[in-house]
Ligand binder design. Structure first.
Ligand SMILES: NC(=O)c1ccc[n+]([C@@H]2O[C@H](COP(=O)([O-])OP(=O)(O)OC[C@H]3O[C@@H](n4cnc5c(N)ncnc54)[C@H](OP(=O)(O)O)[C@@H]3O)[C@@H](O)[C@H]2O)c1
Length: 268
């Protein structure tokens, strides 16, 4: 059965991004096999590059690895350039990837560097640094959504997942500090919720969520790993595997939520 001929049938993907062969199944049980199209934004990062590798290992996806540097992607992936703070580059990247995208993961983000550092006190708040946090961590993913969500299929399941951070939970904030990073991730979570509400109107089978990857051993977390409890610092491969497993399990009713690497819901 051709997918385009099935616009009046609700197709459900029962494939695994990481392991199983892809099978698209409609409510009557008819099947069509085919590779999934997956996009990782921020593929040069610790978690992003591990996600690309995990998706390639599954052998079921065409993987588009997008990064600012557009460095050569791992064998098997298609590379491309994207700077989430530059809408022209986001639009061009979406155009290159094309339509019928099954999975978009936005794994870009910044905690420090390039005029930002995690603030310990309100005495150090700096307007430019705050704006930069919002530009990279909240506005950037919103622009990715603007240009990639219209390219998700309407007649079968698809996922748009953005890496947020537990410290962006307002309810969970007991330590304070990290003003720009926390606030930009909280803003990102709100953007994801609104995107999910709107997306459901045209793509009721799609899922749009914010995910917390856990504390992962990457350049981003390295300066702050001293107090991480034993066994709580994940390798990038472990984080990628957990994140893909969460994405696979989420259903349209879960869209708009904020989930940790173990699938538990994090309060906004
Ligand atoms: N590691 C953790 O413990 C942890 C915990 C909670 C949440 N997170 C979140 O998980 C995500 C991935 O973090 P990570 O640990 O993998 O960090 P990372 O290794 O520092 O990777 C961050 C990635 O974001 C990219 N990026 C930054 N600015 C960008 C821009 N303007 N346009 C496109 N890409 C841009 C970087 O590209 P360049 O290489 O070009 O700079 C890099 O690929 C982030 O959203 C982070 O906030 C991480």
């Amino acid at each position: 059965m051709s997918l385009t001929a099935a616009s009046n049938i609700r197709l459900r993907a029962v494939c695994s991004f990481a392991a199983l062969p892809c099978i698209l199944m409609d409510d009557a049980g008819a099947r069509a096999a085919g590779p999934l199209k997956a996009v990782v934004v921020g593929s040069s990062g610790g978690v992003g590059s591990a996600l690309v590798k995990a998706l390639l290992q599954g052998g079921t996806c065409t993987v588009h690895a997008l990064s600012r540097s557009a460095a050569a992607p791992p064998a098997g992936a298609q590379g491309g350039r994207i700077d989430v703070t530059d809408e022209t580059s986001v639009a061009a990247a979406a155009q290159r990837v094309g339509d019928q995208i099954d999975l978009v993961i936005v794994a870009s983000g910044r905690l420090q560097g390039e005029g930002m550092s995690p603030e310990r006190s309100f005495a150090t708040l700096d307007a430019d640094a705050l704006a930069r946090s919002f530009q990279v961590n909240a506005i950037g993913p919103a622009l990715v959504a603007k240009h990639f969500l219209p390219r998700l299929p309407k007649d079968r399941s698809a996922s748009f997942a953005v890496l947020s951070a537990r410290v962006g939970s307002i309810e969970d904030n007991r330590l304070g500090g990290w003003y720009g990073y926390r606030a930009s991730k909280a803003a990102l979570n709100m953007l994801v919720r609104s995107l999910a509400v709107e997306l459901a109107r045209t793509r009721p089978l799609a899922v749009c969520v914010a995910l917390h990857p856990g504390t992962v051993d990457t350049a981003l977390s390295r300066p702050f790993q001293r107090n991480v409890a034993k066994g709580r610092l994940f390798t990038t491969a472990h984080a990628a595997e957990r994140l893909l497993s969460v994405i696979e399990r989420l259903e349209p009713k879960d869209s708009g939520g904020f989930y940790a690497y173990d699938g538990t819901r994090i309060p906004f």
